[in-house]
Design a protein around this ligand. Structure first.
Ligand SMILES: Nc1ncnc2c1ncn2[C@@H]1O[C@H](COP(=O)(O)OP(=O)(O)OP(=O)(O)O)[C@@H](O)[C@H]1O
Ligand SMILES: [Mg+2]
Length: 308
């Protein structure tokens, strides 16, 4: 058994190691001039699964590239219907290979449609909270290279309240929360909203209602969620928009060609393009102040410090 003094030495030692790690990361941050990158980091999430996150993320990414933006998608969804399925790509390597130092991030990035870069999280994401110092430094060093490729990093988080979903939401500067008109989807969206707000009241959260039958339906669902958020959580949620229920989405999934490319003139494609355009042109002032990538990396690092 360790004596009291040894325990104390261990604690001081581990605290020192933590400070050393923080110093090393800060110096890596300044060397890489992360402040120069104006990357926006947006997490796309939902309470209930199957509401359209993956399809929306990919098609939003394509719409953003059409506006001249560089886009990287981080597939942080451990479910079955992943980004690779929707775009018809099977990445050989995932973030797990980067964490294990077997590959660099540049080696695992896959080129998706319209110049989008795709990073597959794989089971590497569940290991994020248990990284050793060397692994963390390695991952942080690698993540910085994304800045070069990206005006936007879109994170498809998977549904629900798992630890890795919340880590990514916390690290992102902006959140797009998706709900469908189904009552269970709405209550689950509210539940995750409550969780996000309890971690960070200042977080920019935008609500997208997917699969609506009419504008009125979209407006009334947004109003219900926003009224509850204002009354009980004391925050306002921004309205990102609505997307119609459209059989072309499923058709595009079956052909593994995103609807924005297979049906560019459809109502759903125009809806996503309008949202991309609002994100780039209107909804950008409050978030361009800080480098989203720098914040993202620092937040991941803070999680590590908490768990250390
Ligand atoms: N606007 C829409 N209109 C019609 N169908 C849609 C629409 N959006 C999504 N869908 C359908 O819902 C299915 C699930 O979509 P998607 O895989 O994007 O959801 P998800 O939220 O990523 O799911 P998961 O939580 O399992 O990761 C799609 O295959 C498609 O059939
Ligand atoms: Mg998905």
């Amino acid at each position: 058994m360790k004596d009291q003094a040894q325990k104390l030495r261990d604690i001081v030692g581990s605290k020192k190691a933590k400070e050393d790690t923080t110093d090393k990361i800060s110096s890596m941050n300044s060397q890489n001039n992360l402040d120069n990158y104006n990357t926006r980091v947006i997490a796309v999430t939902s309470g209930k699964g199957g509401v359209g996150k993956t399809n929306f993320t990919i098609n939003l990414g394509i719409a953003l590239t059409k506006l001249g933006q560089k886009v990287t998608i981080l597939d942080a969804d451990l479910g079955l219907a992943n980004v690779d399925v929707v775009v018809g790509l099977v990445p050989k390597y995932t973030l797990l290979h980067v964490i294990r130092n077997e590959k660099t991030l540049e080696e695992i990035i896959v080129d998706g449609p319209n110049g989008i870069k795709i990073i597959s999280g794989g089971s590497g994401l569940t290991e994020l909270v248990n990284l050793s110092e060397a692994q963390l430094l390695n991952l942080v060093g690698n993540l910085k290279t994304i800045g070069k490729y990206s005006d936007y990093i879109l994170i498809d988080t998977g549904a629900g309240l798992s630890n890795s979903v919340l880590t990514f939401i916390d690290a992102a500067t902006e959140v797009i929360l998706i709900s469908t008109p189904e009552p269970t989807s709405i209550t689950d969206a509210y539940a995750i909203l409550k969780n996000i707000i309890s971690e960070d009241k200042e977080k920019t959260i935008r609500l997208l209602i997917n699969r609506v039958e009419s504008n009125e339906e979209g407006i009334s669902i947004y109003d219900n969620i926003n009224t509850a958020a204002q009354r009980f959580l004391k925050v306002s949620i921004q309205r990102l928009g609505y997307l119609y229920d459209d059989p072309l989405v499923t058709k595009a999934v079956k052909s593994q060609k995103p609807f924005l490319l297979s049906y560019p003139n459809s109502l759903i494609s125009q809806g996503v393009e309008a949202i991309a355009s609002r994100l780039v042109n209107e909804l950008n002032f409050e978030v361009r102040e800080v480098s989203g990538l720098k914040r993202f990396i620092n937040k991941l690092m803070n999680r590590y410090k908490k768990d250390y």
